[in-house]
Design a protein around this ligand. Structure first.
Ligand SMILES: Cc1ncc(COP(=O)(O)O)c(C=O)c1O
Length: 396
């Protein structure tokens, strides 16, 4: 056998992944999966959409398509993103195989071994793994309830002035559950404007707000004409239609777009035409707004049930920010507590979640846990929370 490449040698498997095998056990209450519950998928809508397609379009769905995306989907996505205020006409849109591919491609086109990428701490595990696969040094800067902490980001940038890009998820963060405040967005804007750095703005959850008054805060930074030229914006159908579609997108400045297209070409030539046909018709037939309204209501209700149970059962040493949208609650425990101990007890007693160190780019800090309410049946939320709370009390 040949020797593994340097990047393969750096890939981390982990005890977390082994423990996560339990997550599939239906007897456990699972707060682990960052995904919708199967019952929520719009199967009837998609049945209708497919049945309505002319045979030529059905056939096209089985065919290869352009690397940039199935043209009717690019049109529909353009309309959808324009309505969010995004500068679709002065930028270039590319359909990707999930937004994780858009994140991966961003790393592929910018990162050389040992380059620094600035992220939040905590950060999305898939993004950190993508950065590390190109041997990036991913440096996590702490967040608080309003987003990334300004002094911490300034300090990290002073230490790493050649950082290639800054990766942020400002709208219902995974795993922190945080929505950036207006002040914090203003800080990020100023930071991007004054520094020579690209912002990779990741927005898979922004539509899943629970309070209409938050809508202005979910307007992407990429919508701001003063900084849009320094932002690669990525989004996804995974949380608003279904992760099995494997469809995301990147909206990027035209000067960097050609490299995105070339990088994607070598990865998979094109994303699934079949699901692109379905997604473009789902949008064209106007089915998204009604479906989103339903998702917001269901996730809001689940979050409330979860938070009520947490308020009743969690010890005072546990703290969290109440989510205003999205899928996740991030629980912080005293630094001396190892979330892996909490997880082991919790699994023995019937509930599973993801430990904090999965979301630390360095895989070290482990006094936090992520509970997702997106996938857990409503009638099992309270029981599951009680099991986790008891496990935390034992670990304190
Ligand atoms: C913050 C964030 N970004 C990106 C993704 C990637 O999603 P996908 O590749 O399914 O579009 C996820 C999925 O969980 C996520 O939480």
């Amino acid at each position: 056998m040949p020797e593994f490449s340097q990047s393969a040698r750096r890939m981390r498997t982990s005890e977390i992944r082994d423990l996560m095998k339990h997550a599939a056990n239906p007897a456990l209450v699972s707060f682990a999966g960052g995904m919708p519950n199967n019952e929520l998928f719009p199967t009837d809508d998609i049945d209708e959409v497919y049945a309505s397609l002319p045979i030529e379009l059905k056939r096209q769905g089985f065919q290869y398509g352009p690397t940039a995306g199935f043209p009717p989907l690019l049109d529909e996505l353009g309309t959808y993103l324009r309505a969010k205020g995004l500068p679709v006409d002065s930028n270039k849109l590319i359909v990707t195989t999930g937004s994780l591919q858009a994140i991966n491609v961003t790393a592929k086109v910018f990162v050389d071994p040992d380059d620094v990428v600035l992220t939040e701490y905590p950060t999305f595990i898939g993004a950190a793994a993508a950065f590390q696969s190109y041997q990036a040094n991913a440096v996590g800067t702490p967040m608080d309830a309003d987003g990334v902490v300004p002094e911490e980001l300034e300090r990290a940038y002073r230490e790493h002035p050649n950082a290639k890009f800054l990766y942020l998820t400002p709208y219902f963060h995974n795993p922190a559950g945080v929505l950036y405040s207006a002040e914090r967005k203003a800080f990020v804007k100023e930071f991007v404007a004054k520094n020579d750095i690209l912002l990779l703005e990741d927005d898979p959850y922004g539509e899943l707000y629970f309070h209409d008054e938050d809508v202005p805060l979910t307007v992407p930074l990429k919508a701001d004409p003063e900084i849009e030229g320094k932002i690669a914006y990525v989004g996804s159908f995974s949380k608003i239609l279904g992760p099995g579609m494997r469809l995301g997108w990147a909206l990027v400045p035209p000067d960097i777009y050609p490299k995105y297209e070339l990088a994607k070409q070598s990865l998979d030539a094109c994303s699934s035409t079949f699901t692109q046909v379905l997604a473009s018709e789902f949008l064209r037939q106007g089915k998204l707004p009604g479906y989103l309204a339903r998702l917001r209501e269901v996730y809001h209700r689940r979050m409330r049930a979860m938070l009520d149970a947490m308020n009743e059962t969690m010890p005072e040493e546990a703290s969290w920010v109440e989510p205003r949208g999205g899928f996740y609650v991030w629980i912080e425990l005293p630094e001396r507590v190892d979330a892996l101990d909490v997880l082991k007890t919790s699994i023995e007693n019937g509930a599973v979640f993801v430990v904090g160190k999965a979301f630390d780019p360095k895989g070290e800090r482990n006094n936090c846990l992520r509970l997702a309410y997106s996938h857990t049946p409503e009638d099992r939320l309270a029981d599951g929370v009680r099991i986790v709370a008891d496990a935390i009390k034992r670990a304190l």
